[in-house]
Structure formats: structure tokens, C-alpha cells
Design a binder for this molecule. Structure first.
Ligand code: AGP
Length: 631
């Protein structure tokens, strides 16, 4: 959460910072700010404002157009309300700093600093950190009989890096900071202590950001700063040091395939709508080069030998994730169990990391994440790595921490997902996990039931076209969503793989419409939630014609008879289902293999249609951020 960007070079810094902030705004958007270094006054120009980046742009129009060094930040509040005083950057003497993540022992350090006579102007943990670095700068300078602000740039640099090292050893938490030092006109300093930072060089200078997307229009060659690394970046140069020893380390430059053109709305009103419509090409890209020629062949993964070795003696699989990614893991459980006959446990990362799971020999842990930076998922992965388990990731962002720290990577090829509510990344996750379960079954000598296998395989191959035909009715699905305007509660129900899809439908609706929604296993209704049902409740019932179809329709009857408004999602030819519904979304024929992808798409559009009708902020819903890098 929170977006960080910095520029140092020969061009004006402010346009780089503002462009970067706009691209990072999905990480947090309750306030924003920047600090530029003015070489004439030899001081910082700091501006901060509450609200979206546009508010900062308006408030600073016509100023700060010449300075060539700056850092900026867009905030998702953790400590302290969203306000100008709590917005970043934060200044302490000759230092100005922006921060992402959490300093867990900030209260204790703050009390200690207050006792030493330091005063604070904000409620943030960020200010605690910058004041702690300043304290060490002053002390280290004094030990050398220097006044920090009067020292030479070289002395200041040396003192500040040691001060940063000391401060880092005193704080607890996972975070990243970048900062400027008064009197140093050509360098940005920083520390990666568990939250991502990426460095790049463009023609005119050096860039640093918390996310690739802030620099994609300037360079496609970047270095991901490793955890526990202090760095300095200037035009044409980046240096990295171990935080414990300050010894220099080498960090490789990586070529990124994403391009900046992909980070644009392309004529759609919202990124979310664009991303929903990108799903046919995303699924085609995700399957491209991986699908075997027939159902008898093996899927082609990046490193086939390692993939085979990975799954050879597996006895149990843990799938761990948060939010939408967790729902993809829930669907995958059905496939791994049915096709590969593997026992699968699915866990929410924030629960898994604080339990004491018992790992049998032959356990493998898979983590699923769009961003590859989600704090809880990353912690779960690290826990599994520490326990010596083999790990794999299903991840969308190249070079992300989760990808780098897992033993094996199955990438989704959804491209940058900007809308906070995940859509195309989810269907790409489902596609990879379905293909993986299918393939693992083959590796284990278990051909899924031949009729199912045959049809399922072919339906996977034609999934992009099937999604196209579903999207042809996008306007109707949005209209169904808008028609739910007066419903107080919207219940999503399904059985089997439609149960996680129901959970996902409800999550999407909550996120972007702020309406109360619940996802439930249809068979669970009688155990409590049916008490909610009255005429103010709408139920979205998902019932593909599988072996649980009749049971789902019985559950539908139970809520229909109690006055619920029923929206059905089923096959076009399913007249029995259709006649039980007030509103019916007719989908083409699907198979058990691809139904989750095809059935979730109308739910995305129902939520989008309702959010539009209600005038909600669709791409940046209140209180949310795209990348949840704090626990
Ligand atoms: C999805 O719409 C949500 N914004 C959220 O639940 C998300 O899926 C979750 O935070 C996990 O993110 P990740 O996939 O980047 O790990």
C-alpha cells in the first residue's frame, strides 16, 4: 500500500513524480505529496494535499517546474487519519522522507525520542522513522566533531547511510523508504526492508518507485531492490549495500515485458471495464504456448524438468492466498482432488501464518497472488520456505517478491491490472490452476475420466472464444446489476465450484458498490442465512447443468418462496431454471472445467452495472488499495 516514486536527473523532476503518482494511485489515494530539492535556496520545497493526486496537481500548478531532484508519495493511511499533516513526505532537519509499510514499534521509539526532547507534528510512524534517522545523523556527526548540516556532501552521505543502518536495526516491521539529504543535489537514498522498491535508469536520469508501473513509460530495464538493502541512485548510477554490513552488493538488471501502453483506459470509462473486456486475450495469452496439442499431451511450463520434479512425490498441497486470489485457490481444490486425487488444503494467508499447520512428508505449498507483494501471502510463503517445504507461486507481476522467493513460478499473463477490484487476474489464475491440476493428474498417471477430460480439454482450448460470446451480452448484465439498486442485501449462491464463484461475486459487489453482499454455499442457507430473506433481498443463483444442478434449484425454491428477487445465471437452454427466476442471464454451453471462468464474468458486470448506477468510485473504491503490503 502507498505509492513511492523518486527522480534524479537533468530534466525537471515534477512531471516524472506526478506521472508516477498517477500510475501508482491505485496503491492508495487518501492523500499525496512531494518534496523537490531547490539548488538555489539549498532547501526542500514540500507540498502535500488531501485526496487524489489530481488535488495535489491543482494545488501546485505553476510551481516546482525546474527542480531536478524529487521524491513523492500517494498514501493509504495506516497510522493517523488522512490529512495534510499526516501526508508524506515527512521532514526532520536536513532529511525528507517517504515511506511504505509499517514500523511496528513506532510508539515505543516515539516515546523514547519525546523523552530525549524531539517533538512531532504528525501521528505517523513515518515521522518517527525519519526523526530516528536524524537523531543518528546528528550523533554520528557530533562524534566526528561535525555539524551535520554544515558537513560536505560526501561526509553527509556517509553519515546518513550509517544513521539509516542504525535506525533500521532499531525498528521492527516490513517497510521501504526513500529520502533526500539537504545539500546533496544529485542523489536519492533508500532502504528496502520488506516492501518492494524498483530502480531504473532513463535517458535523463535515475528513477525509483514502489512499483514497476511508475516507470514503464521511461524504461523497461529495472533492478528489483532485494530485501535488507540500502541503496543510492543518481543519473546513470545505482549502488546497493547490505543493511547489516554496508558492504556493496550486485543487483542484476532485468528486462520487463510489460509496456506502458497497457496502463491506459483505451476508451473505456473505467479500468475495471477495460480489464473485464480484456479477458479473452488474457486467457489466450495465459494458455498460449502451454496447451498441448491433444488431451493426451502435457502442458508446457517454463521449466518442464523442474515442474515434473516438483510434482513427482507430492502427497498434499496447501494453496494459500488472500481475497479474490483465495477464491481461485478454492476452485482449484475441486480440480486437484477430482483429477489428480491429491489432498488439498486451502488457507487464507493471514490465518495460515499464525496457525501451527502440520506438514506431512511430501507437502507442497502454493501461493496465489496478482500483485506478488501481498504482505500476508508473502509471510505465508516465507514460513513455508523456512520449514523447508517446496513452494510454488501463481503470480501476475513479473519480478515481484512472491515470484522471486518461491521455488517455482507459474505466471498468469494478465498484464497490469489497475482496477482495485480484480477481474482479469482472477480468471487468469483460474486458468493456470485448472491447467495445472489437469497436468498434475497426467503426471501422476491419472487421466481424468475420459469423457470429462476430452470435453474439458477442448473447452479450455476454446475458452477465449467462449468468453467473447459471454461478453457480447455485457450491457444486459450491467442492466441486471443496475436493476438491483433498491435491494438491501444481495446474496450469491452456488454449489461445488460455483460456491467459490459465489464468494467472489459477493466480494466484487461489496468492493465497488458498498452494498451488503454475502456469498454462500447454497446448501448452507437453511443453517442461518435464510433468515435474511425477504422482498428486499436479491439472490444471484449460479447453477450450471452439473450433477448439483437439481440441488441448487431446490435451494432457489426455498428462498423464492420467501420473497427473494432471483437472478439466475445458467445455460441458455435451461428452461426449468429460467422459469424460476425474475431475471435470467443465459450463458452458452460450458463444461465443469471452464464454468468458473464463464460464470464469474456476469457477476463482474452485475457489480459494475450497479456501481455505475449508484455513482461509486469504481476503479478506486473507498478504503481499499490494490496492493495490500501491510498485514
Ligand atoms: C480483489 O478484488 C481484491 N481487491 C483483493 O481481495 C485482492 O484479491 C487481495 O488483496 C489479494 O491480492 P493479491 O492477489 O495481489 O495477492
Amino acid at each position: 500500500m502507498c505509492g513511492i516514486v523518486g527522480y534524479v536527473g537533468t530534466d525537471a523532476a515534477k512531471p516524472f513524480l506526478i506521472e508516477g503518482l498517477k500510475r501508482l494511485e491505485y496503491r492508495g489515494y487518501d492523500s499525496a505529496g512531494f518534496a523537490l530539492y531547490d539548488p538555489k535556496s539549498k532547501d526542500f520545497i514540500i507540498r502535500r494535499s488531501v485526496g487524489h493526486v489530481e488535488a495535489l496537481v491543482e494545488a501546485t500548478h505553476g510551481m516546482g517546474d525546474h527542480e531536478r531532484l524529487g521524491i513523492a508519495h500517494t498514501r493509504w493511511a495506516t497510522h493517523g487519519v488522512p490529512s495534510e499533516v499526516n501526508a508524506h513526505p515527512h521532514r526532520a532537519g536536513g532529511l525528507v522522507l517517504v515511506h511504505n509499510g509499517i514500523i511496528e514499534n513506532h510508539a515505543q521509539i516515539k516515546n523514547q525520542l519525546i523523552a530525549e526532547g524531539v517533538s512531532f507534528s504528525s501521528q505517523t510512524d513515518t515521522e518517527v522513522f525519519v526523526r530516528l534517522i536524524e537523531k543518528h545523523c546528528l550523533r554520528l556527526a557530533l562524534a566526528q566533531k561535525l555539524v551535520f548540516l554544515e558537513a560536505t556532501p560526501l561526509q553527509k552521505r556517509d553519515i546518513a547511510l550509517h544513521a539509516l543502518q542504525r535506525a533500521a536495526s532499531e525498528v521492527e516491521g516490513h517497510y521501504a523508504v526513500i529520502f533526500l539529504i539537504q545539500g546533496i543535489e544529485d542523489c536519492i537514498f533508500g532502504l528496502q526492508a520488506g516492501a518492494p522498491l524498483v530502480l531504473g535508469q532513463c535517458k535523463s536520469g535515475g528513477l525509483v518507485a514502489s512499483d514497476l508501473q511508475a516507470m514503464l513509460s521511461h524504461t523497461s530495464e529495472v533492478s528489483f531492490v532485494p530485501v535488507s538493502t540500502i541503496f543510492e541512485v543518481s543519473k546513470g548510477l545505482s549502488h546497493f549495500y547490505d543493511v547489516k554490513t554496508l558492504e556493496e552488493k550486485t543487483v542484476k538488471l532485468e528486462k520487463i515485458e510489460w509496456s506502458s501502453e497497457k496502463v491506459a483506459k483505451d476508451g473505456f470509462d473505467h479500468f475495471m471495464l477495460k480489464e473485464i473486456f480484456q479477458q479473452p486475450s488474457v486467457i489466450a495469452d495465459t494458455l498460449s504456448g502451454r496447451m498441448p496439442l491433444s488431451e493426451l499431451g502435457s502442458f508446457v511450463w517454463d521449466n518442464p524438468v523442474a515442474h515434473e520434479a516438483l510434482w513427482k512425490n507430492v502427497k498434499k498441497v496447501y494453496l494459500i492466498a488472500c481475497g479474490t486470489a483465495y477464491h481461485s485457490a478454492m476452485v482449484a481444490k475441486y480440480y486437484f482432488e477430482k483429477w489428480a486425487k491429491l489432498s488439498v488444503e486451502v488457507d487464507i494467508a493471514s490465518e495460515f501464518r499464525y496457525r501451527n499447520p502440520v506438514f506431512e512428508v511430501g507437502t507442497i505449498v502454493g501461493v496465489i497472488s496478482q500483485s506478488g507483494e501481498t504482505a500476508d501471502t508473502l509471510a505465508a510463503l516465507r514460513l513455508a520456505n523456512e520449514k523447508g517445504l517446496t513452494t510454488f507461486s501463481v503470480c501476475n507481476v513479473p519480478g515481484s517478491t512472491i515470484m522471486r522467493e518461491s521455488n517455482f513460478q507459474y505466471s498468469t499473463k494478465a498484464g497490469p491490472e489497475i482496477g482495485v477490484a480484480s477481474t482479469k487476474a482472477f480468471t487468469a489464475q483460474l486458468t493456470v490452476l485448472t491447467a495445472l491440476a489437469y497436468d498434475v493428474a497426467h503426471l501422476r498417471g491419472l487421466s481424468p475420466n475420459s469423457k470429462d477430460s476430452d470435453e474439458g480439454f477442448r473447452s479450455l482450448a476454446r475458452l477465449p472464444q467462449d468468453i467473447e460470446s459471454v461478453l457480447a451480452h455485457a450491457d444486459e448484465f450491467q442492466a441486471v446489476g443496475a436493476s438491483l439498486e433498491n435491494k438491501k442485501t444481495i446474496l450469491f449462491i452456488g454449489r461445488g465450484t460455483m460456491y467459490p464463484i459465489a464468494l467472489e461475486g459477493a466480494l466484487k459487489l461489496k468492493e465497488i458498490t458498498y452494498r451488503h453482499a454475502e456469498g454462500y454455499a447454497a446448501g448452507e442457507l437453511k443453517h442461518g442465512p435464510i433468515a435474511l430473506v425477504d422482498k428486499d433481498l436479491a439472490a444471484v443463483v449460479m447453477a450450471p447443468p452439473d450433477e448439483l444442478h437439481a440441488k441448487t434449484l431446490s435451494n432457489l425454491e426455498e428462498i423464492r418462496s420467501r420473497g427473494a428477487f432471483i437472478v439466475g445465471i445458467g445455460e441458455d437452454k435451461d428452461t426449468e431454471f429460467r422459469k424460476l427466476c425474475n431475471s435470467y442471464i443465459a450463458l452458452p454451453k460450458t463444461t465443469w472445467t471452464t464454468a468458473p471462468v464463464l460464470y464469474v464474468i456476469p457477476t463482474q458486470l452485475i457489480s459494475y452495472g450497479l456501481a455505475r448506477k449508484l455513482g461509486c468510485s469504481i476503479d478506486k473504491p473507498r478504503n481499499l488499495a490494490k496492493s495490500v503490503t501491510v498485514e
